[in-house]
Structure formats: structure tokens, C-alpha cells
Design a protein around this ligand. Sequence first.
Ligand SMILES: C[S@@+](CC[C@H](N)C(=O)[O-])C[C@H]1O[C@@H](n2cnc3c(N)ncnc32)[C@H](O)[C@@H]1O
Length: 242
Amino acid sequence: MTVSRPKPSARSRVVRSLRKLVEFKGIHRTHAGQYRTRIRELYDGPQGAAIRFSSVLSLHDPLVGRMLGSGQFDVSRFGNVLDVGSGSGQILKYLIRYARPGAHIVACDLSYHMLRRARQRFASSKVAYVAADIANLPFQDGAFDCVTCGWVIEHLADPTPGLKEMARVLKPGGSLLLMATEDTITGAMSSRTWKCRTYNRQELQAACESAGLVWHKPLWFTSIHRALRLGGILVEAQKVAQ
Ligand SMILES: C[S@@+](CC[C@H](N)C(=O)[O-])C[C@H]1O[C@@H](n2cnc3c(N)ncnc32)[C@H](O)[C@@H]1O
């Protein structure tokens, strides 16, 4: 028996067309290597330098702090944490604050300048800084019990190689905190600023599962974000234990 899907309403068709019109499409038109060079240039430059401040103004930085500080995503469970696409340290700051004493944290990013900015901000003996691409992480299999990755995979036309790499470096049963731009109007507007794409929840969940990462817990910054479906896709995924 085939089950027919309900037809989208006129309003949702208009919203979807508007989103498609607004969304940045260059990521799908450019060769991956060339696109990576552009991303490096974007984040190396003034726009990358401004993230430290713009993320406080947009509340993204304090809201991540609230999520980690409240134990909604409890980082004190982990001894080895990798932050992928650290930027100038918006998530890293809270990993340093809330990780258990003696935890090892590695911050990696494609942009050397973003890493330099993070290093200048946090002179913590807990943190090692490594320049690396999410799709080719220079770490051993199962090296980490937690990986955090916020607002990075929207820079991948195809998320699978990056998700597979994060799954590979996680221990079986380890946790991934994944945050990504959602396919909403606000997400499409943000994709223009950051020359990235957006994700549909179901599509991203399926991509995670194909990489061996099962969605364990959806997360929301606040109950207002949950009610209004704002803030993007936030999820704790776990590496399937073999
Ligand atoms: C929007 S910033 C997010 C920074 C930080 N995670 C946060 O939550 O504010 C995206 C970061 O991802 C990095 N990035 C983009 N593509 C990457 C890739 N393929 N591998 C590693 N890092 C990448 C960029 O250099 C940039 O620092």
C-alpha cells in the first residue's frame, strides 16, 4: 500500500520558493578545492575577525555558553574533546570553562588566521591547536570521546565526508554536538553572509546515520527557540557502538 504525503499548503510553498530565491547557491557551483580557498580567504579576513564580536551581538555565543553551562550538553563527561571549525573560539571558550579538570581539548580549523585568533584569546594548557580540514582530520580512529562542530558543515556541499571523518575519530558510543544552519528564511539569509548552504533536518539526520552517527537528543537554545523553530539544527548524535 502506498501512503500519499499531505500536499504542502500555499503558505509553505511560498516560504519554500522565497527561501530558495534568497539562499546562496555558489557552494554547489564551485569546485570543492576552489570553494575551500574562498572559505579560507573569507575567514582569514575582516569578516572572520568580526565573528568574535558579532556572535556575542547575535547571542549565538552566550546561548552556546548557556547550553553547555546548564548541562543540556554536559561536556564534563568527556576526557578528550575535539572542536572542529573552532573559528576564534566561540564554542572552545565554553569547552575550556566546563570541561572536567585534566581534559584534553583540540581545536581545529581550515583557516590559520581563525586558529591564531583563538590561540591569542585562550592561553590554556588544556588546548592544542591544529590546522585541518573537516574532511581529512589528522587524528587516529577513536581518539576522542566528544566532538563539537558548530556552524561548519554548511560549508560542505556534501556533508558525508566531514560527518564520516568526525565519526571515525570518535570512540564508539562517543558524542557529537552538531549545530548547523537550517533551511528556513533566516537560515537562507545567513547563507548569503557566510557563502554557505542550509540543511533540512531529515536530510541531515539521514546523512548522519549513513556516517554511523545516530541522533540521540535534539537540542534548543531556549523554549522560545523551540516554539518558533529558531536557532538552527542543534543535536547530540552518538557514534554507533559496534
Ligand atoms: C561560522 S564559523 C564557526 C566558528 C565556531 N565554531 C562558532 O560556533 O562560532 C565557521 C568556521 O568553520 C571553518 N571551516 C569552514 N570550512 C571548514 C572545513 N572544511 N574544515 C575545517 N574548518 C572549516 C571556518 O574557517 C570558520 O572558522
